[in-house]
Ligand binder design. Structure first.
Ligand code: ADP
Ligand code: MG
Length: 598
């Protein structure tokens, strides 16, 4: 038997597409506020938006007659024919957001148009009849959404912690405020002001949101072609980050995700950023709405361009051009150990210096030399020679000596119990087997167990920094970090009472130069922390051990090797690194016999 679904059931099903979490409801409310023509928009969130989302605008308002329609499905004031889809100036057009939200949350819409004498408030809850009352109010609209998914426990259960949901809300907020610098925004969470953004230019808005330190890191891009107009900024290559945070494309004032546009930017940055790091950008594209389909996805974050290839090429060259024009020099040292690039066989070889032959009679201004060819070689060789400087010589030897056979013999005593191989493994024996220990993973395991013990059992020691460390976190990041304050203090971090951005002390085991990275990574990783099922404390210990551990390529003295082996085998679980990778392999006498075909 086929039955027509009741309207509120149909809406609930549709809501699944539009509203996944508080941030998606916030996005819809913010877009409606922008569409209303407001120039001031205020957001209030409680409990990461799970308990309350309120958006207040000073826009055109909704009339008494339109109020009930606003929460009706497929009711919109923004388009009448399908053709309008290709002339869109507004963010909304599907007329389903409020209907969807009202089917899964308690909604109150209070509004007053400029011409009306009174304001009216509509309350809607599930399939209950809606209620409309006159209220005194100022022109504009206040939409309050409470208890998202209160009637669908299965969906509510999937929501993450308030901190994670708040982070998603702030992401949506960023995406919107960055395209509307001409609108003033305020955002509160639990009655605390997190953002206060007066009207500004795009550049000012970026720094309002992410911090003043970005001001001199923004390289402007600008390109006007019949196909596409491009404006905005890329971040200088030295700001490239390990996480893909600051990557924003806006098409006709709408935040979108686009793999192919992203690729175009990456191409332009090629050779300028280290592999594994991501360049940042805020790129605003304008295209003819008739040549763009925004209606391919309910949340409207994906679009389809008529001429993808053309836009790709123009974008890539525009970014390249800006990077060149603003003389963003290539960064050559990507913090990487150059020794890793040297083939092992060469590491113990003494460098051979180029022989220098200087033609002391050479005079470039000499008539005879106008052709400039014959003596050129001699000239450039002088430039690159080291001369006989003995100090340079010893410096050049230094690296190679560590792995040379000579050094090995001198340390025969302790080398009987362990030696380092490829600057990566420690080889030792255990009963009748050989152990090949991955030095970095071993150290991670040791640090991890130590950190965990400190976090869960003892109050760890802290070293007070001579110069407090400023992290330069954005507001969103600070909020996330603040939720971890207790755990972080337990392991020895000390923060300024007024600002979590200012670090006064760090755990004994942490190197001051690593401290900022550890903390920033923690913040960026918060969501994965919740998804992995590890406890936050556990994940924190994992991350910190990874950041703090010795790496591949580090030469270890015999004492250090032995110390590490001892520490490793006093661990509870020496076999695995904190992220469950093997720490060592065992080669038994039998394995070797087999190799010899015995
Ligand atoms: P859409 O935005 O796609 O039209 P919505 O469900 O988001 O659909 O909103 C339905 C209608 O309610 C809008 O078309 C608009 O007329 C009205 N509306 C919603 N929010 C506001 C607001 N903040 N100010 C003025 N009108 C609003
Ligand atoms: Mg809308």
């Amino acid at each position: 038997m086929i039955k027509r679904l009741e309207a509120h059931v149909a809406n609930q099903i549709a809501a699944g597409e539009v509203v996944q979490r508080p941030s998606s409801a916030l996005k819809e409310l913010l877009e409606n506020a922008v569409d209303s023509g407001a120039d001031k928009i205020e957001v209030h969130l409680n409990d990461g938006g799970k308990q309350l989302i309120r958006v207040v605008d000073n826009g055109q308002g909704i009339s008494r007659e339109d109020l009930p329609l606003s929460i009706e499905r497929h009711a919109t004031s923004k388009l009448t024919t399908a053709d309008d889809l290709f002339r869109l100036q507004t963010k909304g057009f599907r007329g389903e957001a409020l209907a969807s939200i009202a089917s899964i949350a308690q909604v109150r819409i209070q509004s007053k148009t400029a011409s009306a004498e009174d304001g009216y408030a509509l309350s809607a809850q599930g399939s209950d009849p809606i209620d409309i009352q006159p209220v005194s109010s100022v022109p504009g609209t206040v939409v309050t959404v409470q208890h998202l998914f209160y009637n669908i426990p299965a969906r509510r259960q999937f929501l993450k912690s308030a901190t994670v949901e708040l982070k998603h809300c702030l992401d949506e907020f960023h995406r919107l405020v960055l395209v509307h610098p001409d609108i003033a925004f305020v955002l509160h969470h639990q009655n605390e002001v997190l953002f206060q953004l007066p009207k500004a230019t795009v550049k000012q808005r970026i720094t309002q949101v992410f911090g003043q330190k970005y001001a001199e890191k923004l390289v402007p891009i600008s390109e006007q072609t019949p196909l596409v107009g491009i404006s905005g900024f890329v971040l200088k290559p030295d700001m490239a980050k390990k996480s893909r945070g600051m990557q924003y494309f806006f098409v006709n004032d709408r935040f979108i995700k686009s793999g192919f546009l992203h690729h175009a930017v990456l191409q332009a940055f090629e050779g300028l950023v280290a592999s594994g790091t991501h360049p940042g950008y805020f790129i605003y594209l304008q295209v003819d709405p008739a040549r763009l389909d925004v209606n391919i996805h309910p949340t409207k974050t994906e679009v389809k361009f008529d001429d993808e290839q053309g836009i790709y090429a123009i974008l890539r060259s525009a970014v390249k051009h800006s990077l060149g024009q603003f003389q963003v020099a290539p960064i050559l040292d990507f913090d990487k150990d150059p020794n890793l690039d040297t083939p092992y066989a060469y590491q113990s070889k003494n460098p051979v210096y180029p022989k220098i032959e200087v033609d002391r009679n050479f005079n470039p201004f000499n008539e005879q030399n106008t052709a400039f060819k014959p003596k050129q070689t001699a000239q450039w060789e002088t430039l690159y020679s080291f001369g006989d400087d003995p100090q340079r010589e010893s410096l050049a030897h230094f690296e190679s000596r560590q792995t040379s056979l000579e050094g090995w013999e001198a340390e025969t005593q302790s080398a009987f119990t362990s030696f380092q191989w490829e600057k990566k493994y420690i080889i030792t024996k255990h009963q009748s087997a050989l152990l090949v220990i991955h030095q970095s993973r071993a150290h991670q395991r040791v640090l991890y167990e130590r950190l965990l013990a400190q976090m869960t059992i003892e109050k760890a020691g802290s070293q007070t920094l001579l110069f407090p460390l400023t992290l330069g976190l954005g507001v969103a990041q600070k909020t996330v970090l603040a939720t971890m304050r207790g755990d972080l203090q337990a392991i020895g971090f000390e923060f300024d009472a007024d600002s979590i951005d200012c670090v006064l002390g760090i755990p004994i085991d942490v190197q001051p130069q690593d401290a900022a990275q550890v903390l920033i990574q923690l913040v960026d990783d918060l969501e994965s922390i919740e998804n992995t099922g590890f406890s936050p404390v556990d994940r924190m210990a994992q991350l910190m051990s990874k950041t703090m551990s010795i790496t591949t390529g580090k030469v270890l003295s015999s004492d250090e090797q032995l110390g590490l082996i001892n520490d490793l085998f006093s661990c509870k679980e020496p076999d695995f690194s904190p992220d469950r990778k093997p720490v060592f392999v065992t080669i038994t006498a039998e394995d070797i016999l087999k190799k010899f075909n015995l």
